[in-house]
Design a protein around this ligand. Structure first.
Ligand code: BTN
Length: 245
């Protein structure tokens, strides 16, 4: 692993061309690593996604994990992943000139296709819960580098804009944006709520949870999705599959 130069930043930012999974790497380091430590890679051989799925991580993408030790109760930390989605969106906008939509709970999309996924995991070290937030962005990824089954539902910044972006430029902006957002989040765990709501395209979509379908209405203060059941009852949900339009 090489350490990237980030003058004045308290925690290190490591980069490797290839790793198994930046989340796995950072979790293994968590006991000794400083708050804010970052591990980024240009390719992952065992990229992991939500719900135990794998995450295709070919060359051309940016794969980055950051460690947070907020000394906060677990319920407060639930707002951390959607807050990260907002920080990542800002970084992509600044560097690549495109503004991804947020698909609840924390995917970023362009034109209805997935551009970025986020996986948050916790790790307990010395009795203290730390959080590893992993971000996978299809930056210069070409469709043929993705598994065939993902080619119609995923996109990359390159496939949308036709422009190649230097991965390290985006890594720098991501780290800056995450640092700024984390400092704000420590003071107010709902700091990203307004921007999240305005970028979220899920209201109006159908949502399935098991056999139960509902219509998404909005996002509540805790970033839960407010849905209307077919019975008319409105409830907040924290999991579910958003069905495409
Ligand atoms: C998802 O969409 O299911 C979440 C995908 C999260 C992928 C990122 S890439 C960096 C970090 N390392 C991993 O193995 N996963 C996360």
């Amino acid at each position: 692993m090489t350490e990237l130069d980030f003058p004045g930043r308290a925690a290190p930012v490591f980069f490797e061309r290839e790793t198994d999974s930046t989340n796995t790497r950072l979790k293994a380091m968590a006991a000794q690593a400083a708050d804010g430590t970052v591990v980024a890679a240009g390719r992952q051989t065992v990229g992991r996604g939500r719900l135990g799925r794998s995450f295709a991580s070919p060359e051309g993408g940016v794969y980055l994990s950051i460690l947070f030790s907020p000394h906060s109760e677990p319920s407060r930390c639930l707002t951390m992943t959607p807050t990260t989605a907002v920080a990542v969106r800002q970084a992509i906008r600044r560097v690549c000139g495109v503004s991804p939509d947020i698909k609840w709970p924390n995917d970023l999309q362009l034109g209805g296709r997935k551009l970025c996924g986020i996986l948050t995991e916790s790790v307990v070290s010395c009795g203290e819960a730390k959080i590893v937030v992993g971000i996978g962005i299809n930056l210069n990824t070409r469709p043929e580098d993705l598994p065939p089954e993902l080619r119609s539902s995923a996109c990359s910044v390159f496939s949308v804009t036709g422009h190649i972006t230097q991965p390290k430029l985006l890594i720098r902006e991501l780290v800056t944006s995450l640092d700024t957002m984390y400092a704000r989040w420590l003071g107010d765990p709902h700091c990203a709520l307004d921007e999240y709501r305005s970028a979220c395209i899920t209201p109006g979509r159908r949502v399935r949870r098991g056999n139960i379908c509902s219509e998404a209405l909005g996002v509540d203060r805790d970033f839960a999705l407010l849905v209307r059941l077919d019975s008319g009852e409105i409830i907040p949900v924290t999991s579910g599959e958003v069905l495409d339009a």
